[in-house]
Design a protein around this ligand. Sequence first.
Ligand code: NOJ
Length: 707
Amino acid sequence: MKNIWTLSLVLLLAVCCNEEKTIYKNPDAPIEKRVEDLLRRMTAEEKIWQLTQSRLGGNDNPNNVMRGDEHIPPIVGSMIYTSETAELGNAMQRIAVDSTRLGIPILFGYDAIHGFNSCFPIPLAQAASFNLELAGRANEITAQECREAGVRWNFSPMTDIARDARWGRVMEGYGEDPLLAASFCAATVKAYQGDDPSQPGRIAACLKHYVGYGASEGGRDYAATDISLQSLWDTYLPPFHSGIDAGALTVMSSFNTLNGVPTTASHYLLTEVLRERWGHEGFVVTDWAAVKQLVNQGAADNLKDACRIAFNAGAAMDMCDYVYPKHMQELIDEGAIKMKDVDEAVRRVLRVKFRLGLFEHPYADPSGSEAMSPSAKAELFEDLAQESMVLLKNDGILPLRQGCRITLAGPIADDKDAVLGNWRAHAKTDRSVSILEGMSTEFGSGVRIAKTDAEALSLARSSDVVVLCLGEPSKWSGENKSRASISLPAEQEELFFKLAATGKPIVVTVESGRPLDLSRINEKAAAILYTWCPGHMGGPAVAGLLSGRHNPSGKLPLTFVHDKGQIPLYYNHRNPSRRGDQGIYIDGVPVTPLYDFGYGLSYSKFEYSDLKLDGLTARVSVTNTSDRDGKEVVLWYITDPACSIARPAKELKHFEKRLIKAGQTEEFVFEIDKMRDLGFVDSEGRPFFESGRFILMAGDQMLEFNL
Ligand code: NOJ
């Protein structure tokens, strides 16, 4: 009997120990317990590899041309996965899960910033839609398509404030305004991660590029940045803070040196602000080879030094330059990197993997994107595209009347590539519906396409209107695509002037990833529709807007200049010390924009009235005085005319887009929050409120109040 008891006790202990041993494999155990359990089983080598990102698959992106790194051990923490389908990743994952000592799954990441297989408008265009809900639905599709290919981590949203159109990456972000960027950033994080990122169709977001990358000198990519701490806190950091509050699991440090310190080496940004002040529980990945680049930037003497500096600053994962696996162990042995910090970094990586449910579902999710039919997706993408396009000018020619004779000309008319823009992930041009196809469906035989400039001129003479499709080739914006000039290609402007000389009205559509300098064509064009890079459904969106099937409702997220010499020019600048005719350019270039932030025409006419304040509840009435239903974006601005820290001339504090039926009046409400909307931050990010006079604006309505 005694023996039986002893045996039972031994068995029970064995079960318990075994149970205890595999806590990290138990999906019902709390995540933090699983993390700690796994962490204590790992060797230093396994830990260091978890902090490493390599790559898998092929890619022709000129900025990260690659083939997979086959020599990388399957204990690697993450891989940038560039294959379109799941097979390769699943096979690699099987090795990681089944054939490594601890079976830790690999986190596959990729850049799917405006679609994965699908392609919808670039982020800058999404911002122009001012429609968070619509953009959110499109971004949810990205998450589903990523999962289908086994990608569980998207290097998006990019939420860099960018006020220099020469910088090629303005296309990837949400423009010049902190509130607009913060709102789209949070909505995109939610669209990717949902409430629970382990659920089907959900992936991890990565806020990038932390921080200040958009302010690179002269718009030159990778250049250093100098941003005062005041502007850092009141302009550049808020979109990131909003993404963290929305639950973003990861953050990518940026390439730039900021105020003398590369962000990848900044303990202040990566640890003090992100971890300690904002309480971020996920991890920071560096940008591509950014640890190595610390040497180029003059912040580290050699790669070992770079490893120590970046890691100790708080960069948990090293993207694709293998400096961590090469040098970290030696630095640990020398005491220059502490094991407790390695543990903390690994803890963060594992936490993200557990929160993503990667241990339970390490493989691609084949049913990912079936939730929506292809036609419903196309409808959504067309809607987002048409809501993001901005009608800059209309002398009354638009909408075009049915039956009019249209000459369709210009290099973008039948270009299925330009409309996709850069960073298009796996989107294929054959899924693009060109403007030509869209126009032919919309207007039937009324449309004649001119294949050459000469043909355009001869067809124009017997047409009622010319629709001239201009713009930049797709690879003129994106990473490493800075331009010193932001004009349309010279031959396109030439064609415009030749056609304008025929005396026929010219409707110009402009495809681009950045605001271009349109000053030369602006006056003579009968209408200008700015389409950005609208994605697969750009053609029908353009055609629908020109015919009036859609009513334009996009507004500019970035200021358009008269002349590139005005850059940077943005609406929320601080006021100059002298006004009126002081501080102007003596060579005749205006100091005001060609088209301001928030500008955009509609076929409807909206009149604002009755702006009033009841306590801190602001209301304004907007009447659609036209006979066409239309969507209006109400932009609520606040000015604080006198503050101990001079505040921007005006600041967007709230926006709302709504359909207003013809002849109807809608009331828009803005609940003002004293600290959030009337307060400010100092140069250390401390919020404060100063009582006094404030000015509230919506449309042409303005109201002063004291608080
Ligand atoms: C470099 C880019 O700056 C970054 O945005 C991107 O996510 C990585 N490469 C990975 O492709």
